[in-house]
Design a protein around this ligand. Structure first.
Ligand SMILES: N[C@@H](CCC(=O)N[C@@H](CS)C(=O)NCC(=O)O)C(=O)O
Length: 214
């Protein structure tokens, strides 16, 4: 029996965040069950017992422990299986800087980047046109975000400090969406951001996941 089941869906950036974390931890003792979001399988009564809002990803372990929210799952996995993706518990300042970087990613980057991904990527599969005004507005926020990140990344190699951490992984799925939607300039036009992105995306574990999805 695998250590846990990961309920996810194909093309889900939130599921991919967890898959990338597992790949970085070199952890394979799990089963992935893919739900079809187009068929609203995530809203079934069975799945809503795992996730009250009927979303993916969700992790359920053999002993009945259930957890949703992609970043909470990633952090749980890193702690439980000692993936070298978090500062040491004894380094209170590094942990605080990790939490700071985590909040910035979730609240300042992922919200506008997620709006772009929804308008330009997800809506295609729903047969709906993008709302161009919504895309322009979100793109402006993402540009401003990376203007600031450019300054920070001139002084450190990774987003939370000198080491690659979970927070760097958190960015990968939505930056990939920006590339897929034709907005790669947001990254490649900024020297330090672009170098950071190359350092992250060229990691062997990340390359393995991306290659599997091609
Ligand atoms: N903040 C949540 C977001 C979860 C989420 O919105 N997942 C999407 C797939 S990427 C989903 O389940 N969408 C289907 C729905 O909302 O019904 C996380 O990080 O896990």
């Amino acid at each position: 029996m695998p250590a846990f089941i990961l309920y996810g869906s194909r093309g889900s950036t939130n599921t991919d965040r967890v898959r990338l974390t597992l790949a970085e931890g070199n952890f394979t003792d799990y089963e992935i069950v893919l739900l079809n979001l187009q068929k609203a399988e995530q809203k079934s009564e069975e799945h809503k017992r795992r996730h009250a809002w009927g979303k993916v990803p969700v992790l359920t372990s053999a002993d009945g422990f259930t957890l949703y929210e992609s970043r909470a799952i990633c952090k749980y996995l890193a702690k439980k299986y000692s993936f070298p993706l978090l500062p040491a518990d004894s380094d209170v300042e590094a942990l605080a800087l990790f939490d700071q970087a985590h909040s910035v990613e979730t609240l300042t980057f992922a919200i506008p980047a997620g709006r772009i991904a929804f308008e330009k990527f997800a809506k295609r599969f729903m047969g709906l046109p993008p709302d161009d005004a919504e895309v322009s507005d979100a793109l402006r926020s993402v540009e401003v975000f990376f203007d600031v990140a450019e300054g920070l990344l001139q002084r450190k190699a990774y987003i939370a400090g000198d080491d690659f951490t979970l927070v760097d992984i958190y960015y990968v799925p939505l930056i990939q969406r920006l590339f897929a939607c034709g907005y790669e300039d947001v990254i490649v036009s900024r020297k330090a951001v672009s170098a950071w992105w190359d350092r992250c995306v060229n990691r062997p574990a990340i390359q393995r996941v991306l290659a599997a999805d091609r």
